[in-house]
Design a protein around this ligand. Structure first.
Ligand code: ADP
Ligand code: MG
Length: 198
């Protein structure tokens, strides 16, 4: 299958095994895959709607995996499973779980001590999570929905807007988003926080 559709800027390329994990054999184009994935994200959002979640439940490996699984199950066989290969972004595959636990410890501290404003805590957790890069793909979408869960379920605030544009497609909004992430890589979180509320 000529599904070389992740060779775009800021995307994680899939290796052959990961491509093999595509469960819907009729998908042949990037656009079709995007649509199926978007439906999955919406399903995950419905699942979240009525769900009561607190800090302990959200800052938890099982929850993070279940969220990815709810987003991409039926599309990718490896939905909800940590990646088994190294990527152009992210920590070594063997330390994903440890890095995530460190992140949860930091996040719990920030929340308990109000170290940063609420939006900033959610954005820092989201950005650190996408830097760890838990999964073979879908990390950007997963980390953004995770930040929405944090801000909504823990702090009782509205979901982020994430630039109010489709960030999966190439375009101005995605470029601005990637630039804001690169600023956050340098510990400047302001552009990403601002972008998330545009
Ligand atoms: N320099 C960077 N710093 C932090 N995150 C980045 C950087 N470059 C890309 N990303 C994140 O990685 C994501 C791409 O990973 P991927 O697993 O393909 O997620 P998705 O398929 O949801 O886009 C981007 O959407 C972005 O969120
Ligand atoms: Mg991707």
């Amino acid at each position: 299958m000529g599904l070389d559709i992740y060779a775009q800027e800021g995307q994680t390329p899939l290796d052959d095994d990961e491509r093999e994990g595509l469960l819907i054999r009729t998908i042949t184009t990037r656009g079709e895959l995007d649509e199926f994935e978007q439906l999955g994200v919406e399903k995950a959002n419905e699942w979240l709607l009525g769900k009561k979640l607190d800090v302990n439940k959200i800052l938890n490996e099982d929850f993070v995996k279940e969220l990815h699984q709810r987003m991409f199950s039926g599309i990718w066989r490896w939905a909800g499973e940590f990646r088994k290969t190294n990527k152009n972004i992210g920590v070594d595959k063997f330390i994903i779980g440890i890095e995530l636990k460190n992140l949860f410890d930091d996040g719990r501290f920030w929340i308990n001590n109000k170290t940063f404003p609420e939006d900033e805590i959610a954005i820092r957790l989201c950005h650190r999570m996408v830097l760890i890069h838990l999964f073979a793909n879908g990390n950007g979408r997963h980390s953004r929905l995770y930040a929405d869960v944090l801000i909504n379920k823990i702090f009782g605030k509205q979901y982020f807007t994430w630039g109010s544009k489709n960030l999966v497609k190439q375009g101005e909004a995605r470029t601005r988003y990637l630039n804001a992430l690169r600023e956050a890589d340098q510990s400047n979180y302001e552009p990403l926080i601002e972008f998330a509320r545009l």
